[in-house]
Design a binder for this molecule. Structure first.
Ligand code: G6P
Length: 471
């Protein structure tokens, strides 16, 4: 089996030192690491990721360390330590406000048009990518045959840097977020967009979750670089799979069962759920407003229905994200003040990182609202129905990549249409039990048919096919 180097900014586990000086690990945040974690079960993986805590920086100095996945599978973890200011520019100026916002159609939220993006790119993004490239090159010394799987928008430049030193390396990239058309890239200085596209085209293969994002990539390569044919040849669609058995095991664990019992004791008759990071692309403000609309139309539901919003605080050093979090807290308070009372709180908003609590809530929802403005895939929409115990209905944005996979079993929403989202919530409540069952079972069949091994196998096969053609 070919060894794999998985390269992502976020590590599969975070490492901290607790009050007693012991090393403690916690799950890495977000969809990317949940989707890729199963890779370590089936492959010889060295995972290369940024060190973001003191404990991780200490581990970086020691080179790679042996780790075990949740099921005991061994892998190696190599933290890359960065210059702190370079990392700040990379994460807080380039990757998360600039690239994330361009790719999610959120550029209007960028609050600081005066910022020196080109300078932050040079001193932050390129510097961090160079540190990743150096770590990968060192690993390739040990395992020249390894397939290198770069992940996501943090690492657009590193592949070209590795290619330069090792023309024969096997390099793949997977983009987990939406790909916008050439017009949307034009908000960035052209030289920077060119670097993004050239970096990806240095790879043997480039993967996307949906055909829609892949097509946009081919188009933007054609318009920006005149290299649409190369982009068409190296790109492929391979939506990540959900680790169904892993999730089912978590759902049946004592920790989740305990949380579920608490939820059952306190739940409203009808539970509407959302589970997200506090990210502007997830569109929680519009979701809360839509719930408010529903309450405005349906006094008969007052006291009987509640929305539980479990939001993982995300990227809180970045002003746009702090502002968005304030806006969603404000909207939840507004709805609660307008409609709540007599012991009934319509929106129960909890902003914290709580994985067991989220899985317990997956079991208990009647309606799951997933209404992102744009989303690469969205794992919540695919995971929660697998373990739900109430034939819950999915209300899903047409702008989520998951729509291509499971949209036909969901009720559709256009994410900017608040009244329309309220309509969809109302329709979800009115669906007959048999129809609810038909829909959730459709989602389950589709999600289970797609296994995590097949995703990795397809990535490796695409990489091998293309790198063999090149050599
Ligand atoms: C999304 C991105 C990932 C990222 C995750 C969490 O899922 O596609 O690349 O790791 O969000 O964001 P964070 O900034 O906390 O790593």
């Amino acid at each position: 089996m070919r060894p794999l180097l998985v390269v992502s900014n976020r590590a599969p586990v975070g490492v901290d030192v607790d009050a007693d000086g012991n090393r403690a690990t916690r799950r890495g945040a977000g969809g990317l690491v949940s989707a890729l974690r199963p890779l370590i079960r089936d492959h010889a993986v060295t995972w290369v990721a940024s060190a973001t805590t003191d404990a991780e920086r200490a581990l970086a100095a020691a080179g790679s360390v042996d780790q075990q996945g949740e099921d005991g599978s061994p892998y190696r973890l190599r933290f890359v330590a960065h210059d702190l200011e370079a990392y700040r520019l990379f994460y807080e100026v380039v990757a998360n406000p600039a690239l994330w916002f361009v790719q999610h159609g959120l550029w209007r939220l960028k609050h600081d048009p005066e910022a020196d993006l080109a300078g932050a790119w040079r001193d932050g993004y390129t510097t961090v990518n160079a540190a990743f490239a150096a770590a990968v090159l060192q690993e390739l010394e040990q395992a020249p045959d390894a397939g290198v799987l770069f992940q996501d928008y943090h690492l657009y430049e590193a592949p070209a840097m590795v290619r330069e030193e090792r023309p024969e390396a096997r390099l793949a990239h997977f983009v987990h977020i939406p790909w916008p058309g050439p017009g949307e890239w034009s908000v960035l200085p052209r030289a920077l967009s060119v670097r993004v596209h050239e970096g990806l085209l240095a790879c043997d293969s480039v993967g996307f979750h949906t055909e829609r994002w892949r097509r946009a990539f081919v188009e933007s390569c054609a318009v920006l670089l005149g290299r649409g044919d190369e982009a068409a040849a190296c790109s492929h669609v391979n939506p990540v799979a959900v680790d169904a058995s892993g999730l089912e095991a978590v759902a049946g664990s004592a920790a989740v069962k305990e949380r579920e019992a608490d939820l059952v004791a306190a739940r409203p008759e009808i539970l509407v759920l959302r589970v997200d990071r506090t990210d502007p692309s997830k569109n929680a403000v519009a979701g809360f407003a839509a719930f408010g609309h529903l309450l405005g139309r349906r006094p008969d539901l007052h006291g009987r229905i509640g929305m539980l919003a479990l939001l993982d605080p995300s990227r809180q050093a970045i002003p746009e994200y702090v502002r968005y979090r304030e806006a969603l807290e404000h909207e939840a308070r507004r709805v609660n003040a307008s409609f709540g009372g007599a012991g009934w709180v319509p929106i129960d908003l909890r902003v914290r990182d709580d994985f067991p609590g989220s899985v317990a809530a997956y079991r208990q929802y009647d309606v799951l609202l997933v209404n992102p403005l744009r989303d690469g895939l969205n794992l919540v929409a695919m995971e929660a129905p697998l373990v739900n115990a109430r034939n819950g209905v999915l209300v899903l944005s047409r702008e989520a990549g998951a729509w291509e996979e499971i949209g036909r079993w969901a009720l559709a929403v256009d994410p900017s249409d608040v009244a329309g989202t309220a309509d969809a919530l109302e329709q979800a409540l009115a669906l007959a039990p048999a129809e609810r069952r038909r829909r959730i079972e459709g989602i389950r069949r589709r999600v289970r048919a797609h296994d995590t091994r097949a995703w990795a196998a397809a990535e490796v096969a695409a990489l091998d096919a293309r790198s063999t053609m090149r050599s």
